[in-house]
Design a protein around this ligand. Structure first.
Ligand code: FES
Length: 159
C-alpha cells in the first residue's frame, strides 16, 4: 500500500464516521418526539393537597332538587353531577368506559352518544358496548361551590 492509498483510506474512514454520526443524530432528533408521544405518561394529579378538586360549570343551585343534573368538569376532566330521586348528590367521571367519549346525564339514565352506551344512575353499565361502570367520585357542596374527591378517599360526607 502506498502512502497515498493509506491517506485515502484514513480520509474515507473519517468521512464515514462523520457521516454516520450525522445520520445517527438526525435519526435521534426525528424519532425522539415520536417516542415521547407514544410512551405512556402518568396522568396529571387533579386533586389538591386536601384530596379535592373544584367542580367547574356546575353550581350547587343547579343540582339542588332531585332529578337535576349537569355535565361539568374538574381538573380538566369531564364529569356529571346530579341529585338522585332520594336527594343524594352524585358525581361520576364522564369518560365512557368503552372508548372514552363524554357521557351525559339524561334524568333517568346516563347516556353515551358515541355508540349508544347506557349506564344507570349508579354508574353501572346496563346496555350497549361499555364494559365497566363509570368511575364514581365523592361530591360535596360548600357555599357556592361543589368539590369532588376520590370515593373512599377522604372520608368526607356527601351533602
Ligand atoms: S364510547 Fe361510549 S359507548 Fe362507545
Amino acid at each position: 500500500m502506498t502512502e497515498q492509498t493509506v491517506a485515502q483510506h484514513k480520509s474515507r474512514r473519517r468521512f464515514l464516521w462523520v457521516f454516520g454520526g450525522i445520520v445517527v443524530a438526525w435519526l435521534a432528533a426525528a424519532l425522539y418526539p415520536i417516542y415521547r408521544y407514544l410512551s405512556p405518561q402518568a396522568p396529571p394529579e387533579v386533586f389538591g393537597e386536601d384530596g379535592r378538586a373544584v367542580v367547574d360549570k356546575v353550581t350547587p343551585a343547579e343540582v339542588a332538587q332531585p332529578g337535576m343534573g349537569k355535565n361539568g368538569a374538574y381538573g380538566g376532566r369531564g364529569l356529571i353531577v346530579f341529585r338522585d330521586a332520594g336527594g343524594r348528590l352524585k358525581a361520576f367521571d364522564s369518560k365512557c368506559t368503552h372508548a372514552g367519549c363524554n357521557v351525559g346525564f339524561q334524568g333517568d339514565r346516563i347516556f353515551c352518544n358515541c355508540h349508544g352506551g347506557v349506564y344507570d344512575l349508579n354508574g353501572k353499565n346496563i346496555a350497549g358496548p361499555p364494559p365497566r361502570p363509570l368511575t364514581e367520585l365523592g361530591v360535596v357542596a360548600e357555599g357556592e361551590l361543589l368539590y369532588v374527591f376520590r370515593k373512599n378517599g377522604t372520608g368526607q360526607s356527601e351533602s
